[in-house]
Write a protein that binds this ligand. Structure first.
Ligand SMILES: Nc1nc2c(c(=O)[nH]1)N[C@H]1C(S)=C(S)[C@@H](COP(=O)(O)O)O[C@H]1N2
Ligand SMILES: [Mo]
Length: 506
C-alpha cells in the first residue's frame, strides 16, 4: 500500500459511489428521478431507433444502467488515481460527472431547478469523501521505507481504513434510506390497500378454456402480464394527487380527479392487450379483466371540434402516443382503467389510471400513468414511437400461436395434442386450423370467445408417425379473412406470418 496508486483508485471509486448513493437517497425522498436514471433516460432518448429498438427488446434498457455504472467506476478510479498528485482533478472530475447528472435531471419531465439540489449534495459527498480519504492516504504514503509496517504505519493504515469504513457506511445507509424513504412507494401501497373501488372480481367465463396443460392461462395474472415502457424508473403516482386534463380541439376543457373518474359511467371487460413488438409466436400479449370509466362519454362532454381526429395522450413520465379519436368514441370499450383483474392497477401497469383501447396495439393507445389528453390532428403531433418510425394508427393484426407442444419437445407418436391461442381484438377469431409437415389444413376446436376483444384458446389432435415434425397454425377472423402467411417484421406496424413449432414423436 506504500506508494500504491491502486489505493487511490479504490478511494476514488468508493467516494464516487458514496456520492451516487447520497443522490439516490435524496431523490427517492423527494420522489424525483435520480441522476443515474436521468442520464439513462437521456441516453435512451438520444439513441437512434435504428440502432437500438427499445420497445422490441427490453434488454437494451436492461444494460443501460449497468453500462453507465461501469463507465462511472472506471472514471472514478481514474479520478482517484490522478488526485494523488493533482488534487484539483478530484474537484474537476467529480464536477464533470455532476454537471452531466445536472443536465440530465434538468431535461427530465417537469424538471425544476430544485432538482439540482440532490445532484449538488451528491457532488459534495464525492469531493468530501475523496478529501478525507486522500488526506489519510497521503499521510500513510508519506512514511519512509524504514517506518513501513511499523506502529506508526499500522496506526495510519487504521485511520485510512476507518475513513473507508465511514464512506462505505454513508453509501450503504444512503442506499437503504433511499429504499425506505421512497415514501411515495409506501404511501402508494397503503393507498392501493385502502381503496374501495366499485369494481368486480374477475369470473372466467365458462367454456373459454380448452384445458390443455402448457397453454397459457386464459386470464393473465397481473404479475405475469408482460411489461413495456420506456421509463427506467416507473413513476410513483398517488391516486389522491392524480388528475387528467382533457383539452385542445374541444368545446369545454375538462379536468378529472380520481374520485371524479370513479363516479363516471363505469365499464368492465375482458380485453386482450398486445404489443406491436411481439414477434410471431412471441409472449408480449396478455388478457385481463379491466375496470374503469368509459372514455366516449367523457370525450363527448369535452366536445371534440370539427376536424379533430386524434388524441395525444401523455403520461406523467413524458411518454406519449396519438390515438385515433374514432377508436375512442366508436362504441368499443375504450376506457380509463383503474383496475386489472379486480385489483387496483399495479404501479408497473400504470397505477392509478391507464388507458385501454380494444383493437389497438399498446404503443398507440395504452398510456400508463396517463395525465393529459389533447384532442388534435395527426398532422399537428408526432408521438414518441411515431417519431421513431412506427406506424401512426396501430390497429392490431391477427395472430395465432402454437403453445403445445413446445419447440423441440419429445412426445409419444400417435395422437398428439396441439393447442394454443389466437387473437384479433375487436374483430374476433372464427376458426383456427393446423397443418402438420405441410399437409392439409385441419380445423382446431375453439374455446368459447368471451367477446370479440379477447383471445381464444384452441386445441386439435394430430396423428403423427415417429420422427421430427412441424406443426403450423393459422387463424380466420370473424369476417372470413384467413391469416396471412406473409412474414412481416414488427417494425413499423406489427408482425405477420404463421407460427410453426418443431417437435419429435417417438
Ligand atoms: N407511460 C407509458 N405508457 C405505455 C408505454 C410506455 O413506454 N410508457 N408503453 C406502451 C406499450 S408499447 C405497450 S405494449 C403497453 C404495455 O402495457 P403493459 O406494460 O401494462 O403490459 O403500454 C403502453 N403504454
Ligand atoms: Mo408495445
Amino acid at each position: 500500500m506504500k506508494r500504491s496508486t491502486a489505493a487511490w483508485s479504490f478511494a476514488g471509486v468508493i467516494a464516487g459511489f458514496a456520492g451516487l448513493a447520497v443522490n439516490f437517497a435524496f431523490t427517492e425522498w423527494f420522489n424525483q428521478p435520480g441522476a443515474v436514471v436521468a442520464v439513462a433516460d437521456l441516453v435512451r432518448d438520444s439513441t437512434p431507433s435504428g440502432i437500438v429498438n427499445w420497445a422490441r427488446d427490453n434488454s437494451g434498457k436492461a444494460v443501460t444502467i449497468p453500462a453507465i455504472l461501469l463507465i462511472l467506476t472506471v472514471l472514478f478510479a481514474l479520478v482517484g488515481r490522478l488526485a494523488r498528485t493533482r488534487w484539483w482533478v478530484a474537484v474537476a472530475g467529480y464536477g464533470v460527472v455532476a454537471v452531466i447528472g445536472g443536465i440530465a435531471v434538468l431535461t427530465s419531465v417537469d424538471a425544476t431547478v430544485a432538482r439540482l439540489v440532490p445532484v449538488a449534495l451528491g457532488y459534495v459527498a464525492m469531493v468530501g469523501s475523496m478529501a478525507l480519504l486522500g488526506e489519510r492516504l497521503r499521510r500513510l504514503q508519506a512514511l519512509t521505507d524504514e517506518q513501513l509496517f511499523g506502529d506508526l504505519w499500522r496506526g495510519r493504515r487504521r485511520d485510512f481504513l476507518v475513513i473507508v469504513g465511514a464512506v462505505v457506511g454513508v453509501a450503504g445507509v444512503s442506499t437503504i434510506a433511499g429504499r425506505l424513504f421512497g415514501q411515495d412507494v409506501r404511501k402508494q401501497k397503503e393507498e392501493q390497500k385502502s381503496l374501495r373501488l366499485p369494481v368486480s372480481s374477475p369470473t372466467i367465463p365458462t367454456g373459454v378454456r380448452v384445458d390443455v396443460d402448457g397453454v397459457q392461462p386464459w386470464m393473465t395474472p397481473a404479475d405475469d402480464f408482460y411489461l413495456i415502457d420506456t421509463a427506467f424508473s416507473r413513476p410513483v403516482v398517488l391516486a389522491e394527487e392524480w388528475s387528467l386534463r382533457i383539452h385542445g380541439m374541444v368545446d369545454r376543457e375538462i379536468t378529472l380527479t380520481y374520485n371524479d373518474l370513479i363516479a363516471r359511467e363505469g365499464v368492465e371487460a375482458w380485453i386482450t392487450l398486445n404489443c406491436v413488438s411481439n414477434e410471431v409466436g412471441g409472449e408480449l400479449v396478455g388478457n385481463a379483466w379491466w375496470s374503469g370509466a368509459l372514455l366516449a362519454p367523457i370525450l363527448a362532454e369535452a366536445g371534440p371540434q370539427a376536424g379533430a381526429e386524434a388524441v395525444l395522450q401523455t403520461s406523467v413520465d413524458g411518454w406519449n402516443c396519438s390515438t385515433p379519436l374514432d377508436a375512442l368514441t366508436d362504441g368499443r370499450k375504450a376506457m380509463l382503467a383503474v383496475a386489472m383483474n379486480g385489483e387496483p392497477l399495479p404501479r408497473d401497469h400504470g397505477y392509478p389510471v391507464r388507458t385501454i383501447v380494444p383493437g389497438l396495439y399498446g404503443y398507440v393507445s395504452g398510456t400508463k400513468w396517463v395525465v393529459d389528453m389533447e384532442v388534435t390532428t395527426f398532422e399537428a403531433v408526432d408521438a414518441y414511437w411515431t417519431q421513431r418510425g412506427w406506424g401512426e394508427l396501430g390497429p392490431v393484426k391477427m395472430a395465432s400461436k402454437v403453445e403445445v407442444p413446445r419447440e423441440g419437445q419429445e412426445v409419444p407418436a400417435g395422437q398428439v395434442v396441439v393447442a394454443g391461442t389466437a387473437w384479433l381484438q375487436h374483430t374476433g377469431v372464427s376458426a383456427v386450423d393446423i397443418q402438420v409437415d405441410g399437409g392439409p389444413w385441419t380445423p382446431a376446436e375453439l374455446g368459447e370467445a368471451a367477446n370479440s376483444d379477447t383471445w381464444v384458446q384452441w386445441r386439435a389432435t394430430a396423428d403423427v408417425e415417429p420422427g421430427d415434425h412441424t406443426v403450423t397454425v393459422r387463424a380466420t377472423d370473424a369476417d372470413g379473412n384467413v391469416q396471412t402467411s406473409v412474414r412481416a417484421d414488427v417494425l413499423p406496424d406489427g408482425a405477420t406470418g404463421w407460427h410453426s413449432v418443431g417437435f419429435t414423436a417417438s
